[in-house]
Design a protein around this ligand. Structure first.
Ligand SMILES: [Zn+2]
Length: 147
């Protein structure tokens, strides 16, 4: 945990209650609130109250707490909006304080990559299949990096 940046960090200030937010859940360690730039109505963010920039640096218990909260939000979003699926993702964009996006998906491209839109917004394209050699190479690269 680091308290660096708490003066300047937008999400630290929201977590401390010095900036307002439309809160959905709060406990001693995390806060869930509505994104003010929603992809879809109900688009929520779940943050640790402690300042961590990257999700991969979150202590395991804190990461689990965020995921558990996102699961509860997803179940609620399915009931509230009648959607089949809810997406959860970290991008590390916009605010340098780890935040999980939780978005009720009304369309398959609500949360997507340009790679999935090669056939236009009405289709969901599958990116080209990687060769066995390419997959073998990437697996070796990552296994080495994980050591
Ligand atoms: Zn922060």
């Amino acid at each position: 945990m680091s308290l660096e940046g708490t003066q300047d960090c937008l999400f630290c200030r929201i977590a401390a209650g010095s900036l307002p937010a439309h809160k959905l859940h709060e406990d001693d360690h995390i806060l869930a609130f509505l994104d003010i730039h929603p992809i879809r109505p109900g688009h929520a963010l779940v943050i640790p109250k402690a300042h961590h920039v990257w999700f991969e640096d979150l202590p395991e218990a804190l990461a689990t707490r965020i995921t558990t909260c996102a699961q509860a939000l997803a179940r609620g979003m399915k009931r509230a909006y009648g959607v089949e699926r809810v997406s959860m993702f970290y991008t590390g964009i916009h605010v340098p304080h780890a935040h999980a996006h939780v978005v009720p998906m009304h369309h398959v491209h609500d949360v997507t990559s340009a790679a999935y839109m090669a056939e236009g917004p009405e289709r969901f394209a599958t990116p080209p299949q990687a060769t066995g050699a390419a997959l073998q190479s990437e697996a070796a690269t990552l296994r080495a990096a994980l050591k």
